[in-house]
Design a binder for this molecule. Sequence first.
Ligand code: GLN
Length: 483
Amino acid sequence: MHQMTLAEIARGLADKKFSSEELTKVLLARITQLDPQLNSFISLTEELALEQAKAADARRANGESGALLGAPIAHKDLFCTQGIRTSCGSKMLDNFKAPYDATVVAKLAAAGAVTLGKTNMDEFAMGSANESSWYGAVKNPWNLEHVPGGSSGGSAAAVAARLLPAATATDTGGSIRQPAAFTNLTGLKPTYGRVSRWGMIAYASSLDQGGPLARTAEDCAILLQGMAGFDQNDSTSIDEPVPDYSASLGDSLQGLRIGVPKEYFSAGLDPRIGELIQNSIKELQKLGAVIKEISLPNMQHAIPAYYVIAPAEASSNLSRFDGVRFGHRCEQPKDLIDLYKRSRGEGFGPEVQRRIMVGAYALSAGYYDAYYLKAQKIRRLVKNDFMAAFNEVDIILGPTTPNPAWKLGAKNSDPVAAYLEDVYTITANLAGLPGLSMPAGFVDGLPVGVQLLAPYFQEGRLLNVAHQYQLNTDWHTRTPTGF
Ligand code: GLN
């Protein structure tokens, strides 16, 4: 039962092969049995899950249908869930029960999805390895000595290990696509503004975007359908109609123009990954796509720009965690300054403190123009590169990451080494574009992802290309041994 995709579950529920309650019980038992190896969950919500499953079964019995009605999922632990701990992977929010549901959580619940729990993540979504979580590192089910990627490492490891079919995640600089690549999943970061950020605890507000992590493009289409849409509670949400993402999965790729940036294949890319990317290109050519070399000349400036902008926004967003209104409060503060200092010093881990310091520095008088303003100018150049490229091609293809998942602890002493691994993913966040990662093969037994980028609001095109690729390849069907 645990091998089923969301699409298969929807068919099984519609055909009354099993109930959502039965399926939910099987998956909860599987999580209890196997998750101690992975640490992919921060909280399990058994009671809520069974209640939602029964309600979904009752709705089906009453003649209702829907791809998500009775479908088990989990939420990254930065989506607020009413009355349930929403920790953001941080000691700061270990005792925080959200007073309301995030829009994404509410929409998926209304569609009948069943919440099995809240998944582990890098603290405040800062990281690429899921090692900065206060709840401990998450292990990669493909090799328990390796990281699952981050920051949505819990969602990725849980779905890859078949503990559940799909989960929500967020992507500020790659946190959906990179863990998808590291664990052999399909993950989609939508266009900025496509999915509401209301109730999604902010890391870097101009970059954060929620999206689906699942095994197939078909499942990502189903989950995205439930997440996307205008929300008047989020001022950056865009009032654009949401297309039927499943309806365009079958479109032909004949004549699709795929751009391959020449900058993607320079030093830094593991040549074995380069080869797998070339194979995926050949596969798409067989399906009728036309390949064109393009250039993204400002790509090299993206990492420094991102690692100024994201920490700057984080330093501002995280100022609300002051030990007064919510979050961790130190014992017996001497005075207000002592309360602030110790509550924040005790509540935030080292990576979060590093980012707050970098961000506050970049925003301070005298440095603002030199760092923050300059980074914003680079951001525009990165966007302009994409706009020029999309005049010539329909999608852009390349690797999701320069290397496969590294060993636990391998980059802990050198944060910049981890930042450099974001080279292929962060440009889409800087420009606000949608991006998808899908399985493209293995290197040393570890999964490799190919990334597709598309113009604004072309999520349907990304899902269509990925689905056609998955109809003709079987990388996405491989299961990690032991799971
Ligand atoms: N690795 C990037 C960072 O640490 C991206 C994280 C994310 O997308 N949330 O900022």
